[in-house]
Design a protein around this ligand. Structure first.
Ligand code: GDP
Ligand code: IMO
Ligand code: MG
Length: 489
């Protein structure tokens, strides 16, 4: 029952540039002398750039976050020398389950869970030093080798307590648009970055500079928060003591990570870029103003790490088999009845960071197509298929109707998004357990049909399907597996 108005042939583009090498053993990438670095960068020619591109992949979220990026990055990290976060901060919550043990990573890339894989926090990230140190301590206690594997960009921006103060006050102020943020100070920290008044990690490490920065910023932010929201002022002296002490603990992790990543690639290594949030939360391409404050989409991987766009090999977009959203903002396929509650309960849809219940909705093909277009996604990874196991029928949104006109253009404005009338097709459910199935052919026919429909209509080829939260509950489809196998060529 496919409606006739679906626009575009949805012909998938294949990951032809996705030829990764096996991971080079940890420790191969040594710091080099200045002379060696200069001479090797002079040697770069077009062929080198093509080789670099062949060894990188961006993994990102197709919708409003929580698509299961953490799990997928963890499964794939086996093949990569480094995993780099390029945007956001500790607003992210990436859950990884390995043999029943659960890890929730907020700032630190999931790659560090693999011994020998470097974790890199890129320049595009906003880093709260206290939150960072807490996460480091938690991972250390679990035996993860963070001290040897983790690096923080000297160009990343610092979140300070006044960022949270301003955000909390603004979010609850009468007359202000409530975004439903994670209250981590993310937005105000990016505001300062763009206003050129932020503090970068390199400056956090200079006590005198840190002191003058905190004094000046507190003077300004305390005055603003008091005048606008009646907030009590923060004490700059206390803040300085706390952050100067934290800086010393952050110091050993700090590097020029752009240089490090490029060096890894030049020496034949491979890098995965771990997206945070999702395409529809992107500051430019998302459902503005109900978005986060960073570039969550594929372009952000270049600006947020210092690796040039010509080095990006492929883009892997992660989508749930349905859709969720946390916080405020338009959500065309949101389910408002008991089926939504069923998905929330079965999928355990509660925020990994804030514990808020996630809003649930049906898969939205026009949105997925838009997301694939913005990201240039070649591969699609579908997670949480098992959550749909009990449904008799599964609606999929295949088109939008706005003011009586059928369209697949995503409105840029909130009013337009809210005016959408969704057009659904209904697919038969499979009503049997898919949990833990690791071969496509072993899935019920209806589940295979559901997945193939998504592939055909969204324009990206399905590379992986996830049928449970654990690392092992994952399948790689033959074409994707073959692309990965060229790692061992
Ligand atoms: P991320 O932010 O994109 O990394 O996603 P989150 O970790 O915030 O949310 C995804 C949730 O779904 C986590 O609790 C995962 O453990 C869980 N999950 C991931 N894949 C699957 C799956 O295939 N089936 C089920 N049932 N849960 C999954
Ligand atoms: P991961 O990486 C889901 C949402 C917040 C809010 C909006 C702005 O786990 O997928 P912010 O604190 O960033 O200013 O909040 O963005 N949000 C997320 N939703 N997953 C995330 O990250 C999110 N990060 C931010 O709920 O609506
Ligand atoms: Mg999450």
């Amino acid at each position: 029952m496919r409606p006739g108005f679906i626009i575009g042939d949805g012909a998938p583009r294949l990951g032809r540039r996705f030829h990764l090498q096996p991971r080079i053993p940890f420790g191969v990438f040594k710091e080099r002398t200045a002379a060696a670095v200069v001479s090797s960068s002079r040697q770069i020619d077009f062929k080198d750039r093509t080789d670099m591109r062949a060894k990188t992949a961006v993994v990102l979220g197709a919708q409003w976050g929580d698509e299961g990026k953490g799990k997928i990055v963890d499964v794939l990290s086996e093949r990569f020398n480094a995993v780099a976060r390029y945007a956001g901060g500790h607003n992210a919550g990436h859950t990884v389950i390995i043999g029943g043990q659960k890890f929730v990573l907020q700032l630190i890339p999931c790659g560090v869970l693999r011994p020998g894989c470097r974790g890199i926090i890129g320049n595009g990230v906003v880093l709260d030093p206290i939150a960072f140190l807490k996460e480091v301590a938690k991972l250390r206690a679990l035996g993860v080798g963070v001290d040897e594997q983790l690096f923080v960009s000297n160009r990343a921006q610092v979140i300070l307590p006044y960022h949270r103060m301003i955000e909390l006050a603004a979010e609850s102020a009468p007359g202000r648009k409530k975004i439903g943020t994670t209250s981590r100070g993310i937005g105000p920290a990016y505001e300062d970055k763009m206003a050129r008044s932020g503090l970068r990690i390199v400056d956090l490490l200079r006590p005198e500079l840190l002191k003058t920065h905190i004094e000046a910023a507190c003077g300004e932010k305390n005055a603003i928060a008091h005048a606008l929201f009646g907030t009590d002022p923060l004490d700059p002296a206390q803040m300085y003591d706390e952050y100067a002490a934290a800086a010393e603990q952050v110091r050993p992790f700090v590097r020029d990570t752009g240089r490090l990543l490029n060096q890894i690639l030049r020496e034949g290594g491979s890098v995965m870029f771990e997206g945070a949030q999702g395409t529809m939360l992107d500051i430019d391409h998302g459902t503005y103003p109900f978005v986060t404050s960073s570039s969550a989409t594929a372009g952000g991987a270049a600006t947020g790490t210092g690796v040039g766009p010509t080095a990006i090999g492929t883009v892997i977009s992660v989508t749930k088999a349905y859709v969720t959203r946390v916080g405020e903002g338009p959500f065309p396929t949101e389910i408002h009845d008991a089926v939504g509650d069923h998905l929330r309960a079965r999928g355990m849809e509660y925020g990994a960071v804030t514990g808020r219940p996630r809003r649930c909705g049906w898969l939205d093909i026009p949105l997925l197509r838009y997301s694939n277009q913005v990201n240039g996604a070649e591969w699609l990874v579908v997670t949480k298929l098992d959550v749909l196991d009990e449904l008799e029928e599964i609606p999929i949104c295949v088109g939008y109707e706005i003011a009586g006109k059928v369209t697949d253009e995503i409105p840029a404005d909130v009013q337009g998004l809210e005016a959408i009338k969704t057009v659904y097709t209904r697919m038969k459910g499979w009503r049997s357990s898919t949990e833990g199935i690791t071969e496509f052919d072993k899935l019920p026919q209806e589940a295979r049909d559901y997945l193939r429909f998504q592939e055909r209509e969204s324009g990206a080829k399905i590379g992986m399907v996830s049928t449970g939260p654990d690392r092992d509950q994952t399948m790689l489809l033959p074409e994707f597996a073959a692309a990965l196998a060229s790692l061992h060529a």
